[in-house]
Design a protein around this ligand. Structure first.
Ligand code: 5GP
Length: 221
C-alpha cells in the first residue's frame, strides 16, 4: 500500500491517495455524512465492506455492503483478501483489499465507514496514508432518537447498539480528528476542510519535486 503513487486527472501535480476513515457509534450520522462527501467530491470512492450481517430493507447488495455467508467470509480471511476485519454486534465485517488497491492506482482517495478495530488495523498496515476521523453525537439522547427514527432495527437491537455506543466512544483517542455532529452541514464542512488540508500535506504531493525544480529553473532563465 505504501508504494502507491497516484496521479489525479483533476490536479496538475501528482498526489498520493489517502485512506479516509469515518468512525462513530451507529446513529451518529456518519452514513449521511459519508454520502454527502461522495456526492460532493469525485476524487474519493467508498470502500464497500463485506459483512455476514443480514441485509436490512432498502440496502443494496454490492453498494451498501457485499452480503456474504460466514464460510465466504472465512475464505476471504484465509486468502488474505481483507485489509482489515472485525466482529461488530456479533457479525463479521471486513474491507476487501483489491478494490482499495484499484482505487488508489486510479488516483482516487478511499472513504471507509469502519469501526475502531478496523481503523487500528488499517493504521498498522498503511499508517502514513490513513486519516482518521471520529464523529461524536451531541448527546446519548440524540443518538437514541436517530437510531429510533431509522426504524429498521428492533428495540432489542437499538438497546444493544446504545450499550455499545459508550464502549465505541471510549476509542475516540485513537483518531486524528474528533467532530461533534450537532449540526450536519457544519460537521460536513469540517470533514471537507480536513480532506482538503490532508491532501495538501507535503508528503502526499508527490509531484512537488518536479514542479519546484521547474519553478526555480524558470527563475534562473
Ligand atoms: P452496520 O451494521 O450498522 O452497517 O455497521 C455496524 C458497524 O460496523 C459500524 O460501526 C461500521 O462502521 C462497522 N463496519 C462496517 N463495515 C466494516 C468493516 O469493513 N470493517 C470494520 N472493522 N467495521 C465495519
Amino acid at each position: 500500500m505504501a508504494d502507491i503513487i497516484s496521479s489525479h486527472p483533476h490536479n496538475e501535480l501528482s498526489r498520493r491517495g489517502l485512506l479516509f476513515v469515518l468512525s462513530s457509534p451507529s446513529g451518529a450520522g456518519k452514513s449521511t455524512l459519508a454520502g454527502m462527501l461522495l456526492e460532493a467530491d469525485d476524487q474519493i470512492a467508498m470502500s464497500v465492506s463485506v459483512t455476514t450481517r443480514p441485509q436490512r430493507p432498502g440496502e443494496v447488495d454490492g453498494k451498501d455492503y457485499h452480503f456474504v455467508t460466514g464460510t465466504e467470509f472465512e475464505e476471504m480471511v484465509a486468502d488474505q483478501a481483507l485489509l482489515e476485519y472485525a466482529t461488530v454486534f456479533g457479525n463479521r465485517y471486513g474491507t476487501p483489499a483489491a478494490p482499495v488497491q484499484k482505487s488508489l492506482e486510479a488516483g482516487q482517495d478511499v472513504l471507509f465507514d469502519i469501526d475502531w478495530q478496523g481503523t487500528q488495523q488499517l493504521y498498522q498496515r498503511a499508517g502514513e496514508d490513513v486519516v482518521r476521523i471520529f464523529i461524536l453525537p451531541p448527546s446519548l439522547a440524540d443518538l437514541r432518537d436517530r437510531l429510533e427514527s431509522r426504524a429498521t432495527d428492533s428495540n432489542e437491537i437499538i438497546d444493544s447498539r446504545m450499550q455499545r455506543a459508550a464502549s465505541e466512544i471510549s476509542h475516540w483517542d485513537g483518531y486524528d480528528y474528533v467532530l461533534i455532529n450537532d449540526d450536519r452541514d457544519a460537521c460536513f464542512a469540517k470533514i471537507q476542510n480536513i480532506l482538503t488540508t490532508e491532501r495538501m500535506r507535503r508528503s502526499r504531493q508527490t509531484g512537488l519535486i518536479g514542479f519546484v525544480r521547474d519553478l526555480v529553473a524558470q527563475d534562473l532563465e
